[in-house]
Each structure stands twice: as C-alpha cells, then as structure tokens.
Design a protein. Structure first.
Length: 118
C-alpha cells in the first residue's frame, strides 16, 4: 500500500465568532467612567436594598400579567420604576423599586425605556 503524500489543506483558517474580550472590557470601562452611578450596584448597600425589595414583593414579578414566583433570586431584578439617570435619591428610594423576573425586565421593560428616550 502506498503512502499518501502530503495533502494540502482545503480549509481556510476559521475566524473566531467570539467578540474580543479587550473590546468588551473597553466598553465596560468607558460606561463606568461616563456613568459613575454604575458602581452603586456593586455595593453592600445595594445588595441589602435589593434583598429587601425581593422579600417585600415575595419573590414575585410585579409586571402586570406576569406574577411569576421565582425562588432562584439570580433570575430576579430589583428594577427602578422611574429611571434614576444618576439621581442618587431616586436610585436609593425603595418606593421606586419593584421586583421583575429577568424575562420581563430584559424584554418588555427595556423596550419601554428605550422607547421613552432613556
């Protein structure tokens, strides 16, 4: 049986479809610098406030028509009813917060905020 002589590759190198992490990091850094209120979400104060809102709302999505009860708190969002736009008093106001499930927050609520010119 004869040996195969080197076959040239017919496959071109594939480009990665994964976005470059350095670009994502630059975007994150730019947003953080342009919107310093974003760091408030990383504080213990926010975590405590978020938890109190989730407990107050009994881990139930407050979106009309949803009412989903979610025991996995990573799938719940403490959402600002009125966009705070960096207003510290509005950001920390517990009366301005509601519990939403991630699907409601990430679709319906975001669409409304973008429509209103957030």
């Amino acid at each position: 049986m004869g040996r195969l002589k080197g076959l040239s590759s017919r496959l071109s190198p594939l480009r990665s479809r994964v976005p470059h992490l350095s670009h994502d990091r630059q975007t994150y850094d730019r947003r953080r610098d342009e919107q310093p209120w974003r760091k408030w979400y990383k504080t213990a104060r926010w975590q405590a406030l978020r938890w109190s809102v989730l407990v107050r709302d009994r881990f139930t999505c407050q979106r009309p028509g949803c009412g989903r009860i979610e025991p996995d708190t990573s799938l719940l969002v403490a959402d600002h009813k009125r966009a705070h736009r960096g207003d510290e008093a509005l950001f920390w106001d517990e009366c301005n917060l509601q519990t939403l499930c991630k699907p409601c927050h990430d679709s319906d609520k975001q669409r409304e905020e973008h429509r209103s010119g957030r």
